[in-house]
Design a protein around this ligand. Sequence first.
Ligand code: SAH
Length: 241
Amino acid sequence: MRILASGAGRLFYVSNPDSDFHTQFGFISRHDLKNAGDGSVVKTNTGKEFYVFSPGFVDLYRRIKRGPQIVPLKDLGAVVSLTGIGKDSVVVDAGSGSGAVACFLANLVKEVHSYEIRPDFFKIAEENVKRLGLANVFLKNRDVYEGMEETGVDLVFLDLPEPWKAVPAAHSSLKVGGFLVSYSPTIPQVADFVSALGSKYMHLRTIEVIERDWEISERKVRPRSVSIGHSGFLSFARKIC
Ligand code: SAH
């Protein structure tokens, strides 16, 4: 894949350099695309210039195939920063859905083990893991409420309709001091999840990450009129015994 950046801040993704690439500013010939390397400038037939570079992880990640709704990056940022997971961490994720969380975290940690009950979503997640070339994601087409195979885990991340049902499985899987994080769109889910934690976990906090995009165009500097609405609440707990 190649990325074409226009001066106006738009990125175009070229997945097939063997055919001409069409934009609203005209097209770039396959011949020019084939010969372009990082840092090259290519021109459309109407003379508009584009700057070429290779995709980074986040560019490939943004292009993954979508099944169910994925967790937005703003929320994943909070999970990574508040749990401090890193290159030595082992993570369990459920449900895999499109595999977005599994893939995002696998780029940062040692291993991600991810559970998905639906065969169709399991397939999408498998495809995405393959596309991103991640060798440290282990997908399981299983009901996570019935148990997790892994032990001594640093983080269990739940994005499930009934996360409270996964609390016992997470407890056997986590190491003492490990984090249990649940992502839910509604507050009744949060309330039931936190009640299910009991005395073996410490509920640290439940947060909502609010992100506001700004428009910056010379002196017209203001919040964008349309931005992401609500995504979900993140509840953080730690296994204490
Ligand atoms: N976090 C994912 C999206 C998860 S959507 C992402 O970012 O891509 C919730 C997923 O949980 C759905 O795919 C659903 O099929 C799955 N699920 C629901 N109950 C489950 C269970 N008991 N075990 C495993 N997966 C389950």
